[in-house]
Design a protein around this ligand. Structure first.
Ligand SMILES: [Ca+2]
Ligand SMILES: [Ca+2]
Length: 259
């Protein structure tokens, strides 16, 4: 729980995502669903999201899953469809008035060009001005269009690896909403949800590969009830999150599980 320890002393830094999640927000003003997870997941994410996962052909068996989650090369907003995995990219933010984000939550998620290396596409998000809980982009792992948002069993994998590049050096968090921290799981409620297990990384202005192992993930410590550990067997999503007041403009590509 390294971040929990750090949080006590480094809360003055706007780069610590967890700190901003509670400071400066009176209980009366607290938005229990600041990321609009309930509505946003449906609108921006999988179900019915424009440009989202296409309906699989009736009767067509999806291919077996590999470690690769998405390379964005098909140019749409859905991750690679395979046997147990279906989901779409989405963006989210804390709803700060005046905050700007591209693409906006609920709008079609269109991959940017070019991508990493010789590839043609990467996932892109940019924005600023989100002063309470921040913003980001992510994708669901088991959320079919028109269906329910379900958990995905990632316990057969040890971590996540991806390539990333930012317009300016940017600190982001790779978060993994799971059964305990996503309100969809029914374990946490309201403002007790959202303290996802994750890890902070520093993205530079050159493409570089980053790897986050599941066994070192931590929360910020404010979730209720306190989640015991990342529940990889019941993961909902992968999110690339920026802390409050971060100016962000970054690309992510070739996202894959680590076997
Ligand atoms: Ca690519
Ligand atoms: Ca795709």
């Amino acid at each position: 729980m390294r971040l929990q320890v750090l949080a006590a002393g480094v809360c003055a830094s706007t780069l610590m995502s967890g700190c901003g999640l509670v400071l400066g927000i009176s209980s009366g003003e607290y938005d229990p669903d600041p990321f609009d997870l309930d509505a946003g997941a449906g609108g921006a994410g999988g179900a019915g999201g424009a440009g989202g996962a296409g309906e699989p052909d009736a009767g067509a068996e999806p291919p077996a899953c590999t470690a690769l989650l998405d390379d964005l090369e098909d140019g749409d907003g859905a991750i690679l469809r395979c046997k147990d995995r279906i989901g779409s990219w989405y963006t989210y933010n804390d709803g700060t008035r005046g905050g700007t984000q591209t693409p906006l939550p609920g709008r079609p998620f269109v991959p940017a060009s070019p991508g990493y290396g010789p590839s043609e596409h990467a996932a892109h998000v940019a924005g600023s001005g989100f002063v309470s809980r921040g913003a980001g982009m992510g994708f669901d792992l088991n959320f079919a269009p028109g269906g329910a948002k379900l958990t995905y069993d990632a316990s057969g994998y040890a971590g996540l690896t991806f390539w990333a590049k930012a317009a300016a050096p940017t600190h982001i968090y790779v978060n993994f909403p799971d059964r305990n921290t996503d309100r969809e799981g029914g374990v946490c409620e309201g403002s007790g949800c959202g303290d996802h297990f994750g890890e902070g990384i520093d993205i530079t202005t050159e493409w570089a590969q980053y790897t986050v192992m599941f066994d070192i993930l931590s929360t910020d410590g404010w979730g209720v009830p306190a989640p015991p550990a990342f529940d990889a067997a019941h993961a909902y999503s992968v999110e690339f999150h920026t802390a409050k007041s971060t100016v962000f403009d970054f690309l992510v590509d070739d996202i894959a599980f680590v076997p």
